[in-house]
Design a protein around this ligand. Structure first.
Ligand code: ADP
Ligand code: MG
Length: 457
């Protein structure tokens, strides 16, 4: 193989990894596991197999899919597969005589699903008042896929454990139902794959992947707003799977009814089964979560410091975890035991929300406009339509909460309104939040997003 040709080794490994996630473990062990990378040629990957029989099977079963994957991963380059037969190629052949430890190793590797992160397990998830309904539903689904709650939608704000739970469902099923095919995908990746398939005439492959799975887990479906063609495809995928009692689980950052740019017929599908909500954890749950994370990290942090973090980081679990990791990282760096004073100093930014210092009205407007599907400029003008006044009032409320702006300054920024209009909007939203917990969740969620966008900015 010429030295000038590209080396497709990494591409190959990724293609195998992805394909592995799409087939069952026994199928993988039977065929794909027998395939080894041999080298690269001009626009070709050479793979070796241990026998003619296996070669024939692999050719008919996976050749085309592998070539498609290579093309997809290389950004549209046609890379063909060539095979050679080598007796020693099969990992099995090499390992035949090795005793149990090697077998255990294989067992260990097959228990990992390529789309899923093992750390997202039910064992690692702390159940409290605000997530118990969602967690119990997830456990029931994992124990009885396709039969318990189907479909299931888990919604809630940023960093509250949606991805953890949806992946825990996947991990559990993967470990306990060997023959079930599981696909986990974020709505964003689903969209990208769909667009790729359209552009490359591989839509049949795309359909094949998503309609032949036993469990479909789609994270963050709010991303699909305004993606009409992808939604249409998902609608058909949904129908095909649901008609065959295949399990579907979605997550979303808000209640489905709040997804303005998704047609009602599709929204009604998403919310056909069980809908559950996760809210911010209580003090006790935050404490238990930190204890759990400390146990996983295998570090020692005093209860006084745990208490300090729990009292100061209240909105979401991701921040809680980040605060803990900051401390642990610092302790390792200076090789010192963390005292409450050191913790205070190290976590000052978390506690006092240094992120908030970067919050600008522009970021607030952009985030709110994006959420409600209106334009940035529409929030800044004086037009009085219901569609605009709700997001505008929310944006004004958040501006007052997150910045030091005076009422009149906020009024100036939102279409030249006077200070009393802004005060009125602020009170109105505050009262509405008290009366309507979903609005409260939504606004807390928006505030979280604004803080994140401010850090990025
Ligand atoms: P989301 O998808 O809702 O934005 P994630 O699932 O990514 O949130 O959660 C953020 C982080 O917080 C993850 O590391 C997750 O493991 C952790 N987490 C959230 N809720 C819990 C919980 N109840 N117990 C343990 N860890 C949690
Ligand atoms: Mg998530």
């Amino acid at each position: 193989m010429s030295e000038n040709t590209e080396n497709y080794s990494a591409l190959w490994q990724e293609a195998i990894k992805q394909l592995r996630g799409e087939i069952s473990d026994p199928e993988y062990m039977m065929w794909l596991n027998k395939l080894c990378y041999e080298g690269s040629k001009e626009k070709a990957v050479v793979a070796c197999v241990p026998s003619k029989l296996i070669l024939d099977q692999i050719k008919t079963r996976y050749s085309q899919t592998l070539e498609d994957k290579l093309e997809e991963l290389s950004g549209g380059k046609k890379i063909v597969l060539e095979f050679i037969i080598k007796k020693s190629a099969a990992p099995e052949a090499k390992q035949e005589k090795k005793e149990n430890s090697a077998a255990a190793e294989i067992k260990k590797t097959i228990t990992q699903h390529s789309h899923l992160n093992e750390k997202y397990s039910f064992e690692n998830f702390v159940i409290g008042e605000t997530n118990k309904f969602a967690a119990n539903a997830a456990i029931a689904i994992a124990k009885n896929p396709g039969r318990a709650y189907n479909p299931c939608l888990i919604y809630g704000g940023v960093g509250l454990g949606k991805t953890h739970l949806i992946q825990a469902i996947g991990n559990y099923i993967h470990k306990n139902f060997e023959d079930k095919k599981i696909v986990y995908v974020t709505a964003e990746s689903f969209t990208n794959e769909f667009i790729f398939a359209l552009g490359n005439n591989t839509i049949h492959k795309f359909k094949n992947k998503y309609r032949n799975t036993d469990v479909l887990l789609i994270d963050d479906i709010h991303f699909l707003q305004k993606k009409e063609d992808t939604l249409e495809e998902l609608f058909h995928t949904y129908n095909a799977l649901h008609d065959n009692n295949k399990q579907i689980v979605f997550t979303c950052d808000r209640p489905i009814s709040e997804l303005k740019y998704i047609e009602d017929r599709i929204k009604s599908r998403f919310s056909q089964g069980l809908t559950t909500n996760i809210k911010s954890p209580s003090y006790e749950t935050r404490y238990a979560i930190l204890k759990k994370k400390i146990e996983i990290l295998n570090v020692s942090i005093s209860d006084e410091i745990i208490n300090l973090i729990c009292n100061n980081v209240t909105t979401n679990v991701r921040d809680l975890e980040a605060a803990l990791k900051t401390l642990v990282g610092y302790a390792e760096l200076v090789n010192k035991k963390i005292t409450p004073d050191i913790a205070q100093a190290q976590l000052r930014d978390f506690f006092h929300g240094s992120q908030q210092n970067n919050v600008t009205v522009d970021i607030i407007k952009r985030t709110v406009a994006d959420y409600y599907g209106v334009s940035f400029n529409e929030l800044s003008i004086k037009k009085r339509t219901k569609a605009l006044s709700d997001p505008r009032q929310v944006a004004m409320y958040i501006t007052r909460e997150l910045t030091e702006y005076a009422w009149s300054e906020i009024g100036q920024d939102f279409g030249g309104r006077d200070h009393s209009t802004v005060m009125h909007a602020y009170d109105k939203i505050k009262n509405k939040m008290k009366a309507d917990p979903t609005l409260e969740t939504r606004i807390l969620n928006l505030i979280q997003k604004i803080k994140e966008n401010s850090i990025k900015a």
